[in-house]
Structures are given as structure tokens and as C-alpha cells.
Design a protein around this ligand. Structure first.
Ligand code: WTA
Length: 665
């Protein structure tokens, strides 16, 4: 299949600040990129990877084999004989070399509430917590520890403390509800939960401990110990014998804990993400391969050099927070920023004040935040000194060219590289990206492959690889790379079914993609039942199962629709049980209840933007709900519904059209 002519797009040459000092790691042009990339794939690439693994990480036990296994057999392993400790690599190396170097700049929600942590102090903190976990709570290597914390520096300490003793961390985004937290704790059977009294975001308190308490009530006593960080000092309930204060426990234990040597293939963490079914998947990442790619991508994608101050504005609860707040920057020994607040608190100048205050060199962010700030006006950016910045990143969703241009002009002042980075929880690290010192950019394109990647665009139906340029299809990845997820926690069959079986011999991303006339890749968005709201990955099936739990709901269909601000928005169509009676004059009241239902089961960020109560849903004669029809109607394409011959009850379509029209009026 061939794409229609791609509209003419502007190409930006390598940014001025990437042509100056420090000399970029890869540059100055596409030829330099191609030459560097060549070594990382195909024949001879084992040597390349071995060299990088030795250069970027310290191994307590050397590896012999570079890689083994494959997609088809589902037994991928990298550096299998190798032994290392990821926290030693991220902390001790720099603490011993230069203990006063700043490891973490914590920008608290309150603009004056932050602090800085040196590498020396980080080592003491990580060690102490590692001792609390192992000696006080009895956590053993291979045990899971659940973490439900906001993006404070303590969260980084928690991840690294687990890594230090070989425990597997499972961070649950602090915006998830009690029920979502419960399911994630139950799935990985953690005996220990680390949380805080209250969170703070945008000036508001969040009842973190109360949510955790509610989750634990339904965990059947699996969780024996809850370590509670005092974040605000707000009043909380306390369960004697189970709950303990972070500070008190830390004060009791020694401040050094030897790192435990782990196998390269030992799991480092589990992170739950949404898939095409109602049940979230516990994506498992391992120690050696993940750490290598986290370090490698920070170094090359963001062109990080010694002394840089790197900022990823994500929440620590998502994969971006894991790889690009915590592991990637610290494994490079640079300073990382942890941002607890929102882009608009206390004013829409917050980001730029932070950049100027800390003289940040890299700034990594989501298109949703950029769109929001663009809407609020460039006058919030202009007064600030942003001259320290060299590379600006974008991640999580497609960035529209208007937002890209705004980012480039106002945050970058035309001087910085913009790196639009495509990747997924499952890939662990960046897959497609411009190399900032070498690859000219086009607004909206994630451009070319990172080291080790061989992206393939396939015809979705036949699975045939589409060769050459000007093609569009679905995106798959050609060879296993070190940070590919190794399994889904306790469900290897689902891992194989989701990623490996759709197109044998390849890893399937679930994203649509096009390759343009210059060979650049453009991500077109998910082609499965995953939707992306503000860069948060949601499964339509998960939201549907939340809605269906409401006593009045008979059936529901959830769709993603384009949204100017959040990329996509959740729309939902609901039919009611005939026996369910409610005041039809107060439909708004019922809709509110249904929205609350989703907030309760998943979390506020998954709340549908619109819910339409309709008499019936369009279905095929075999009873399959035709979401395509609802998607078209909501997109304003109700007169282009295409072939409706398979629909069982055509009148349902008119009722839906009418309802949507009323809703838009
Ligand atoms: C989407 C986030 C377009 C994509 C790191 C992918 C993107 C999903 C980009 C993974 C990008 C991520 N351009 N789309 N630069 N980056 N995506 O697992 O649909 O939360 O499959 O990982 O986000 O979301 P996840």
C-alpha cells in the first residue's frame, strides 16, 4: 500500500548548539549517523554491544555470551553470564569518584520546597533503605516491593534500594485508584509497600496513604509492611504493627549496604501497562540489558556530557520516569531533576523558571504539556534565560508540527535540537529518534532508528514487509535489543501472543507508521484498542470493564477520539439495563456517577471526557460491537460510514448520531 503524497514539510538542519562545544557524540551529519548505526546491527554487532556494555557499565562478573534466544522462542537473554548491580552502577561509581556532585535536584510542588541530593548522600540514602528492606522487613532477592509514591527524590531512592538488594520493584503511578493499586499488588504478591502520607500536586493534597489503606484492605493480608514517607505531615490512619515511618526506620540501620551482584538477566522491575484486554500487563525488565540501553540512550539521544543537568518532566510512575528520570541519567553520572508539580503551577512559567534556576541542559517532556503551554501563550516563556538548554525531547504521543515548531522557537529559541523519541514500556528505552548532532529533523517525525534497531513497516493484513520509501502500515522491530521486556509477569503466553505471534520473527509494536520519501519514520498512533490520553496509555477494554461494574450499565463501548489538547480523549457509549430506573430528566447526574466509577476503578486520569447514554449499540449480526462507526460519528464523519451491510440494526446508527449532535450543541 502506498501513502498519499506527504504534504511538504520543513526540514531543520542540525541545531546550532549541537554544532558547538561540547562536540556531539555522533555528528555532524546523516552519514556519521549511518556509519555509527551500522556497527550496532547485523553481523559483527555482538562486538559493538560487548564494547558498549563494558564502556557504560561496571560488571562484577564478566559476560562471555553477548546474546542468545529470539522472538520466536521467547527466550531472549543478553550478557547471560554477566553479573552486576544496577544501583552500584547508578550511584556508587560516582559517589566514590566525586561525592559532592549533585545527583538529584528535587523540584517540589511548592516552588521553594525542593532540595538537592549529592551522589554521596544518595549512596547513604539508598544503602539505608536497602538495609531497612532487607534486615527490618526481610525482603530477599527476587521478592517484589510495590511503590506508590509521588515524584519526590525518595522515589528514586526506593527504586535504587530495591535494585541494590536484588528485589524487584513494582511502581504504581500515584494517580491510580485504590482498586488499581490492589490489583497490581495482588498480581505481583508484594509483602512490602512503600508510600507516603499525602501527595501534593498543583497546590492540592492527595490522600495517598488513605488510597493505599483502601487498596490493602482488599489485598488479603499479602502486604505485611508499609513504609510511610512523611511528605506533608497531614493526618492519616495508622495500622500498628504494619505501618512504619520512613525516617524512623532509616535512622535505625547502618548507612552502607553492600550491593548484591545480580545476574544480567535477573528482573530489575515490573511495570504494569495497559494492553488490549481489561487486565493490565506486568511488563518485566531485566538488569543488564535494561541498564545498558537506559545509559546508552541518555548518552546518545540527549547527547549528554559530564556536568550536564538533565530534566525529564515525567512522573516516576511511568516507564519514562523509570528510564529517563532515574536509571538513564544516574547511570551516566550526571544530575537528574525530579519534578513533582504541574506545568502550570503556580503559573505557566514554572517549567522555564526551573530551567533557568538550575541551568538545565536537556529537557524532556510530553506533547500534551507543550500544547497546553502553547495555548497559554509565549509571554510565559520569553522572560526566562534558557540559554543553558541544548536538547529538547518529546515523548509519549505523536507531536503535531505546530507544537513542535512552538517548542523549537520558544523553548529552544531556534538554537536547540528537538528529539521526538518513539518507544514503549515494553521496549524499555528509545527506539526511534533523531541523533541531535547528526540527523536533520522534520516536525512530527521520530525520524530514524536508534542503535540496535531495525524497524520494519508491514502491511497489516498480509504481514508483508513494505520495502522502500513512501509506504504506510504497522510498525514492527526486526531484532531483539538489550532492553526489550523479557516477559509479562506470570503470563509468558500473553507476552508471546501480544508481541511475537502477530508477525512471526518480529516484535509487534501495535502502532501504525509510515516511511516518507527520505526514509524517515512517522508514527501514526495505535492501531489496537489502546488509547493515549496526554501520553497516558489506557486500554478501552479496561475502561469498559470499569463502567460495566456500575449497577445500571448493560453494555458499553469506549473509543479514543482526537483531542486538540490531550492528543486523544476517552468517549464512551453506554446502554442501560431495562430494569434500571433512574430520573431521565437528570441524565447529567447519571453521567457523573459513571465518570466517578471510572475514577474509582482506574484513576482520575482515565475519566471519560464524554459519556453518551444510548438505547442500543451498533453491532454486527454476530453481536460484535462496531466501534468504527462510533469513532466516525464522533469525528464528524457520520456521513462517511462506509459499508454498513454487516450491521444488525441500522436504526442504532441514527440514534447515536442524534445523541452526539445533541451533545455537541
Ligand atoms: C506512543 C511511553 C508517537 C505509541 C514511552 C506507543 C508515541 C505508546 C511516541 C507507548 C512518539 C510513544 N510519537 N507516539 N514519539 N512515543 N508513543 O508504553 O503509541 O506509555 O505505542 O511508553 O505511546 O506508551 P508507553
Amino acid at each position: 500500500m502506498s501513502t498519499e503524497e506527504t504534504p511538504a514539510v520543513k526540514t531543520y538542519p542540525v541545531a546550532p548548539r549541537l554544532q558547538a562545544t561540547p562536540t556531539p557524540h555522533i555528528g555532524p551529519d546523516l552519514d556519521a549517523y549511518r556509519a555509527a548505526h551500522k556497527g550496532s546491527v547485523g553481523e559483527g554487532s555482538d562486538e559493538w554491544w560487548g564494547e558498549k556494555a563494558r564502556e557504560l557499565l561496571y560488571w562484577d562478573r564478566p559476560f562471555k555470551t553477548i546474546r542468545s534466544g529470539g522472538f520466536a522462542t521467547g527466550d531472549i537473554a543478553w550478557f547471560p553470564e554477566g553479573g552486576l548491580n544496577v544501583s552500584y552502577n547508578a550511584v556508587d561509581r560516582w559517589a566514590f569518584e566525586d561525592p559532592d556532585r549533585i545527583a538529584i535536584i528535587y523540584e517540589a510542588d511548592e516552588p521553594d520546597g525542593g532540595c538537592s541530593i549529592t551522589y554521596g548522600e544518595l549512596l547513604r540514602q539508598v544503602s539505608s533503605l536497602a538495609n531497612v528492606l532487607s534486615t527490618t522487613f526481610g525482603v530477599r532477592p527476587g521478592d517484589t516491593v510495590s511503590i506508590y509514591l509521588p515524584t519526590t527524590w525518595h522515589a528514586a531512592v526506593a527504586l535504587l534500594a530495591c535494585a541494590r538488594i536484588g528485589a524487584i520493584h513494582s511502581v504504581v503511578f500515584a494517580g491510580f485508584s485504590a482498586e488499581a493499586l490492589r490489583d497490581r499488588i495482588n498480581d505481583c504478591q508484594s509483602r512490602v509497600l512503600i508510600t507516603c502520607d499525602e501527595g501534593r500536586r498543583g497546590g492540592k493534597a492527595i490522600a495517598t496513604k488513605a488510597i493505599a489503606d483502601a487498596a490493602l484492605e482488599a489485598c488479603h493480608g499479602i502486604v505485611e509492611h508499609v513504609l510511610v514517607l512523611k511528605r506533608t505531615g497531614g493526618k492519616i490512619n495508622w495500622t500498628e504493627g504494619r505501618d512504619r515511618w520512613w525516617d524512623e526506620e532509616m535512622a535505625k540501620v547502618p548507612k552502607y549496604c553492600p550491593p548484591r551482584v545480580m545476574s544480567a538477566e535477573d528482573p530489575l522491575f515490573i511495570l504494569y501497562t495497559s494492553g488490549s484486554t481489561g487486565k493490565p500487563k506486568g511488563v518485566v525488565h531485566t538488569s543488564g540489558g535494561y541498564a545498558l540501553c537506559a545509559a546508552l540512550t541518555v548518552k546518545y539521544v540527549f547527547d549528554v556530557h559530564k556536568g550536564d543537568r538533565f530534566a525529564c518532566m515525567a512522573d516516576v510512575g511511568w516507564i519514562t520516569g523509570h528510564t529517563y528520570i532515574v536509571y538513564g541519567p544516574l547511570l551516566n553520572g550526571v544530575t537528574t531533576l525530579m519534578f513533582e508539580s504541574t506545568p502550570v503551577y503556580p503559573t505557566p512559567a514554572r517549567y522555564w523558571e526551573v530551567v533557568a534556576k538550575h541551568k538545565l541542559t536537556q529537557f524532556y517532556n510530553s506533547p500534551t504539556a507543550i500544547r497546553l503551554l502553547r495555548r497559554l501563550g509565549a509571554h510565559h516563556v520569553e522572560p526566562h534565560d534558557l540559554s543553558s538548554l541544548r536538547v529538547l525531547g518529546s515523548v509519549g504521543e505523536p507531536i503535531n508540527p505546530e507544537a513542535w515548531e512552538w517548542y523549537h522557537e520558544h523553548a529552544g529559541r531556534g538554537q536547540c535540537a528537538i528529539v521526538d523519541t518513539f518507544w514503549q514500556t515494553e521496549t524499555g528505552s528509545i527506539v526511534l529518534t533523531p541523533f541531535p548532532g547528526a540527523v536533520p529533523t522534520k516536525p512530527g517525525s521520530a525520524t530514524v532508528a536508534f542503535f540496535g534497531h531495525e524497524p520494519v513497516i508491514l502491511d497489516a493484513m498480509s504481514g508483508t514487509p513494505l520495502e522502500g520509501n513512501n509506504v504506510e502500515g504497522v510498525l514492527a522491530l526486526g531484532t531483539p535489543w538489550p532492553s526489550i521486556a523479557r516477559t509479562i509477569w506470570r503470563d509468558h503466553a500473553r507476552y508471546l501472543d501480544t508481541y511475537m505471534k502477530p508477525y512471526p520473527g518480529l516484535f509487534y509494536t501495535g502502532d501504525g507508521a509510515a516511511r516518507d520519501e527520505d526514509g524517515y519514520i512517522w508514527i501514526k498512533g495505535r492501531v489496537d484498542d489502546v488509547i493515549n490520553v496526554s501520553g497516558h496509555r489506557l486500554s478501552t477494554a479496561e475502561i469498559e470493564s470499569a463502567l460495566i461494574m456500575h449497577k445500571g450499565v448493560a453494555e458499553t463501548a469506549v473509543i479514543g477520539t482526537a483531542d486538540e489538547l490531550t492528543g486523544q480523549a476517552v468517549y464512551s457509549f453506554v446502554t442501560l439495563k431495562p430494569e434500571f430506573s433512574y430520573d431521565s430528566g437528570n441524565e447529567a447526574g447519571l453521567v457523573k456517577e459513571l465518570v466517578l466509577q471510572v475514577r474509582k476503578v482506574i484513576g482520575p486520569f482515565a475519566a471519560p471526557k464524554k459519556i453518551y447514554i444510548v438505547p442500543d449499540l451498533p453491532k454486527t449480526r454476530s453481536g460484535k460491537i462496531m466501534r468504527r462507526i462510533m469513532r466516525k460519528i464522533v469525528a464528524g464523519e457520520g456521513d462517511q460510514l462506509g459499508d454498513l451491510s454487516t450491521i444488525a440494526e441500522p436504526s442504532t446508527v441514527d440514534a447515536i448520531k442524534q445523541k452526539v449532535a445533541e451533545g455537541n450543541a
